[in-house]
Design a protein around this ligand. Structure first.
Ligand SMILES: [Zn+2]
Length: 246
């Protein structure tokens, strides 16, 4: 999956690649329960009359839609991610984190920003979803006049036995590496946001789409808004669990 940003005389590119690593069966090792914060237990005051607690309001969590054709998606929400600080880029870490949060908010799939990653480096295979600056491998061929600006690595498991028919494919890890030495023209908050919006789309399981779309493979204007095509692709995976904003 390659995304190219073409610009006037000098073609500059933002490249993203999704590598799918198929697992032999469901991977159930992902552990999110340690990050779930339980409701606080109210402590009655010493002189107060205990007040019956109101019955908890049943907030139904919408179900993910059926996934008969095996679209890549997370089936455990919210998805956690953290910001890798191992390599400095062209924008400071707090701004990078803010733009990442903003990108996920635009897609509107439940996510949790866990803050700065405990490991400095981005490690594919550790089941921690790390997002940060780095040097994406796989530079474009010489003379292509394109420049890589981002890489999303996704790992998913495919069901091969005792499958739940409604969810045959699920993501188990995604890491995003943003090119730390992007071309000067793209070293802006605006273009970084566009790249993060695109890469977080891959993070959520989306593939490239025909233009116009944030997920289009080639563009030249650092798009800031999801298009209907982006939104449709997202809703096909997450249905009522997602609240994207175009
Ligand atoms: Zn891409």
């Amino acid at each position: 999956m390659i995304r190219l940003f073409a610009v006037a005389s000098v073609a500059l590119a933002i490249t993203a690649v999704v590598l799918g690593l198929g697992g032999p069966a469901w991977d159930k090792t992902r552990e999110l329960s340690d990050r779930i914060v339980g409701a606080a237990t109210p402590t009655p005051g010493p002189t107060s009359t205990p007040t019956p607690l109101p019955l908890p309001t049943a907030t139904a969590t919408p179900a993910l839609p059926a996934n008969a054709v095996g679209l890549h998606r997370w089936d455990t929400l919210p998805v956690h991610y953290c910001i890798a600080h191992g390599e400095a880029g062209f924008i400071d870490l707090p701004t990078f984190q803010q733009l990442t949060d903003q990108a996920f908010a635009a897609w509107g799939v439940p996510t949790v920003d866990d803050g700065i990653c405990s490991a400095a480096a981005i490690n594919d295979g550790d089941h921690v979803n790390e997002i940060g600056f780095g040097t994406p491998p796989g530079a474009p061929p010489p003379g292509s006049r394109v420049t890589e600006a981002g890489l999303t690595l996704t790992t998913y498991s495919e069901c091969t036995a005792n499958c739940e028919p409604e969810d045959p494919v699920k993501l188990v890890e995604a890491d995003i590496i943003i090119e730390k030495t992007a071309p000067r023209e793209f070293r802006s908050r605006r273009c970084l946001y566009s790249t993060l919006l695109h890469e977080t789309g891959h993070f959520l399981g989306l593939n490239h789409l025909p233009a116009p779309a944030v997920m289009e493979a080639q563009t030249s204007n650092c798009p800031q808004q999801l298009t209907q095509a982006d939104i449709d692709a997202l809703l096909a995976r997450y249905g009522p669990r997602a609240h994207p904003s175009g």
